[in-house]
Design a protein around this ligand. Structure first.
Ligand SMILES: *Cc1c(COP(=O)(O)O)cnc(C)c1O
Length: 397
């Protein structure tokens, strides 16, 4: 496993361009290979074996959720959430437009209509003050996204959901290890979803989890996840055979993925601490270009315990960003931008609707850049920052 974390930090030979710095690099924290070997020795490679149970326990301990269920992706966990809500065609789900496509797709697959609401200019999270205006008689749920692992304004949003009898789902794909007023993200709504994709903080290649904070949802969730059968109850000895009892699909990851993930979850706090240290170095450096009006740094409200999922900068505009990204490409630094707002994407226009104009979303989507942030970058971060600084000078002045 060391080959994944070490041996990548070779500086370029003298007189040669420095080695490129990728935007992301998956990492192992130590016991992944040993656990995969153990999983093979246990002779159960399909889902819900020893390592899956260990991951469930670790996630329940870390979050306080009533139940955690591993899935093969956060996308799958969102699909399970949409199934559990029993959405009918035409039902509406309020969400930000500034998010990954899975937030919307999971509900669209059930025939529901995503209703896109603008974001806050500080955290880029859904603007809670705009949610109530988007509620109609068809609204069934609010799906928030904790962008960059910084919590949405959950006090206000939970109050709106309660007042209007709406389900609350949290897309906490980026939120593992982060908290809002001391409470872990993913535990405010009836359901929260996590991602362990290799670009996230805690990884297993492809992977995710559904956090259930309402014990009443657990039995049906287990059935949906096991192809619509009561197989989980059968394995616990609660029924004497298993059969098809409900809708469902196959949402379990294999034990090989769960073994990798267990090693990562055991190190979650150390991973978060290392990412926070990297993030802080970017943040401290960026104070000067921010004072000079070249960039805006991420905003983390005091009551949000973030997890350093990403470090981004807001540049002056679209042209400056294009120039900056060209500079980064030439310098061999993997900087990227996202998202194409869902309300202006082809499928978003076909399946969803925007709640009025979304000027903050459009503005942020045109100006945001993400910089490399991965375990192992420590040794090269000064060099990355130097090159980012030089590129900003050329692109944004
Ligand atoms: C990464 C991400 C997802 C999708 O996660 P997968 O595990 O790749 O399915 C969904 N929503 C958000 C906000 C994400 O960042």
């Amino acid at each position: 496993m060391n080959s994944m974390t070490e041996g990548q930090l070779q500086p370029g030979a003298t007189g040669v361009a420095p080695a490129p710095v990728p935007f992301n690099r998956p990492f192992a924290v130590g016991r992944e290979l040993a656990y995969i070997q153990e999983a093979i020795a246990l002779m159960q490679l399909s889902g819900d074996g020893e390592f899956t149970r260990r991951c469930h326990r670790l996630l329940e301990q870390a979050t306080g959720a009533s139940k955690a269920l591993l899935t093969h992706s956060c996308t799958a966990a969102l699909e399970m959430a949409a199934l559990l809500l029993d959405l009918q065609p035409g039902d509406e789900v309020i969400m930000p437009s500034y998010t990954f496509v899975s937030t919307a797709n999971a509900f669209v697959l059930r025939g529901a209509v995503p209703v896109f609401v603008d974001i806050r200019p500080d955290t880029l999270n859904i603007d809670e003050s705009l949610i109530e205006a988007a509620i109609t008689p068809r609204t069934r749920a609010i799906c928030v996204v904790h962008y960059a692992g910084v919590g949405c304004e959950m006090d206000a949003i939970a109050a709106i959901a309660a007042r209007h009898g709406l389900a609350l789902v949290e897309d906490a794909a980026q939120g593992i290890g982060a908290s809002y007023r001391g409470r872990p993200l993913g535990t405010f709504g009836a359901m929260g979803t996590l991602s362990f994709h290799e670009t996230k903080n805690v990884i297993s290649g492809e992977g995710g989890a559904l956090l259930l904070n309402d014990p009443g949802l657990v039995e049906r969730a287990e059935i949906l996840r096991e192809k619509g059968t009561n197989r989980s109850r059968f394995f616990r000895g609660e029924v004497d055979r298993y059969t098809w009892v409900d809708l469902g699909s196959s949402y379990l990851p294999s034990e090989l993925g769960a073994a990798f993930l267990a090693a990562q979850l055991e190190q979650m706090q150390a991973i978060t601490a290392r990412r926070l240290a990297l993030w802080q170095r970017y943040y401290d450096w960026a104070a000067r270009p921010e004072r000079e009006g070249l960039v805006r740094r991420p905003v983390v409200p005091e009551h949000c315990g973030h997890n350093a999922h990403m470090f981004y900068l807001l540049l002056p505009g679209l042209a400056a960003r294009a120039a900056f990204l060209a500079e980064m490409k030439a310098a061999g630094i993997g900087a990227i931008f996202h998202y194409v707002p869902l309300h202006s994407s082809p499928a978003g226009m076909r399946y969803g609707r925007a709640q009025g104009a979304l000027p903050v979303t459009d503005d942020m989507a045109a100006r945001l850049v993400r910089l490399p942030l991965w375990l192992g970058l420590e040794d090269r971060l000064d060099e990355v920052i130097e090159r980012v600084d030089a590129a900003l000078d050329r692109a944004c002045r």
